[in-house]
Ligand binder design. Structure first.
Ligand code: OVM
Length: 400
């Protein structure tokens, strides 16, 4: 037992970044939820919350549980960030507020509504193409193909090389964890991708009128500095791809595992949006984020001193039986509102309306055309320190 753990905190000997845990985290989630409102993980000398109430409390108190010291394991007060710090994710007010105001406007409900027609057309085109196919890898041909088309189009990326977005996402979501082998391999794979990303954050690389260009319009109006705009475009390219790729992939996996749920969706494709939402709860693409305590605090009766890293298990909170009846049952007709797959509080996902739009349209257009989806071989996992991700999902799609 670590001497740093106060006596009233249950010490849980799990490594949430190990192969075993990442392959199937749910038993360990339960163990942590049952151990107490706050637990201590000695391997990393961190506090952790796996219950809904305490995850919600931590994410709701941004003054005590700050983001500017990083939202991964690394404490930016003690070590240099591995890349220049995000101006929104890894920032507190007032910088956060300034960034968030612009991104909230660019990604407002009205702005997202304007994307619907083109996003729908792409979902229809994809589903129609798949009618001519029989057996596919749903991770590649749906989960990756759809977001990699519609999102960069919406941002306004004009250059080739969109597959760079996948390698980059895999690296930064691994970078929120420890410097383990997953991180090292992701860095090896990423190669020149970081330069490609930064080059594509420049105004000249962005189609006028797209979401990226709209960030630069906030420079024209004096709301942002010249230096801030490319960094906020970088946030789009960091947060907007691997999240939705896995949100969609995980949703298809849920629906394929539970054929009666697909049958309900096929009978009523208007359930596509709630089905995507339930999949976000049940298999949350983003599983964890850290905060850092800016002062002495108390959570669930446990004292947390200033300067500690605190790990919130979004995916465990989303399976908390105190929050949802039959939490381990995937049911597209439940009301999963209150799930924290998009986080919560001032850092709650600013792009969530885009993510929902993608999920709804792709599931809806598939549900209209296919009466069943069947798993033809065991899916594989792509382990990542933060993301719940599939490497492949072999599916047979059976037309109606
Ligand atoms: C960013 C960023 C990166 C990864 C995730 C994220 C989920 C944001 O660079 O701002 O939000």
């Amino acid at each position: 037992m670590s001497t740093l753990a106060p006596s009233n905190v249950p010490v849980v000997d799990i490594d949430p970044f190990s192969t075993e845990f990442l392959t199937d985290p749910y038993a360990a989630h339960q163990q942590m939820r049952e151990a107490g409102p706050v637990v201590y993980l000695p391997k990393y000398e961190i506090y952790a919350m796996a219950r809904h109430a305490e995850v919600h409390a931590v994410l709701g108190d941004w003054e005590t549980f700050i983001s500017s010291a990083g939202v991964g394991l690394a404490n930016f007060r003690k070590e240099t960030p591995f890349r220049p710090q995000s101006l929104i994710l890894e920032a507190d007010p007032p910088q956060h507020t300034k960034s968030r105001t612009v991104l909230s406007r660019v990604l407002s409900p009205k702005s997202v509504m304007a994307l619907r027609t083109s996003f729908q057309a792409e979902a229809v085109a994809l589903a129609e193409r798949l009618l001519a196919r029989c057996e596919i890898d749903a991770v590649k041909e749906i989960g990756e193909a759809y977001p990699l088309k519609v999102f960069p189009d919406a941002v306004g990326l004009t250059s080739d090389g969109r597959e760079n977005l996948l390698a980059y996402g895999d690296m930064i979501f691994n970078a929120f964890g420890p410097r383990n082998e997953l991180f090292a391999n992701a860095v090896k794979r990423v190669g020149p991708t970081t330069q490609w990303i930064m080059a594509n954050c420049q105004r000249a690389a962005l189609r006028p009128g797209g979401l990226g260009d709209q960030i630069y319009q906030a420079v024209d109006s004096g709301e942002l500095t010249e230096d801030e705009a490319p960094m906020l475009v970088r946030s789009f390219l960091s947060a907007g791809v691997d999240t939705t790729v896995n949100g969609i992939g995980n949703a298809l996996y849920c629906l394929a595992q539970f054929p009666e749920q697909w049958a309900k969706l096929h009978a009523n494709p208007a359930l596509a949006r709630p089905a995507f939402e339930e999949a976000l709860r049940y298999e949350s693409a983003v599983q964890t984020f850290f905060r850092t305590s800016s002062r002495d605090a108390e959570v669930g009766g446990v004292q947390i001193t200033e300067g500690c890293k605190v790990l919130t298990f979004l995916g465990a909170a989303n399976r908390d039986p105190c929050q949802w009846p039959n939490a381990d049952v995937f049911d597209i007709e439940r009301r999963p509102s209150g799930h924290m797959a998009f986080g919560s509080g001032i850092h709650g996902c600013v792009g969530q309306m885009v993510a929902r739009l993608e999920g709804e349209l792709v599931l809806g257009e598939l549900a209209k055309r296919f009466k069943r989806i069947e798993i033809t071989a065991p899916p594989t996992r792509r382990l990542n320190n933060t993301l719940r991700a599939l490497g492949s999902l072999p599916l047979r799609l059976i037309p109606a």
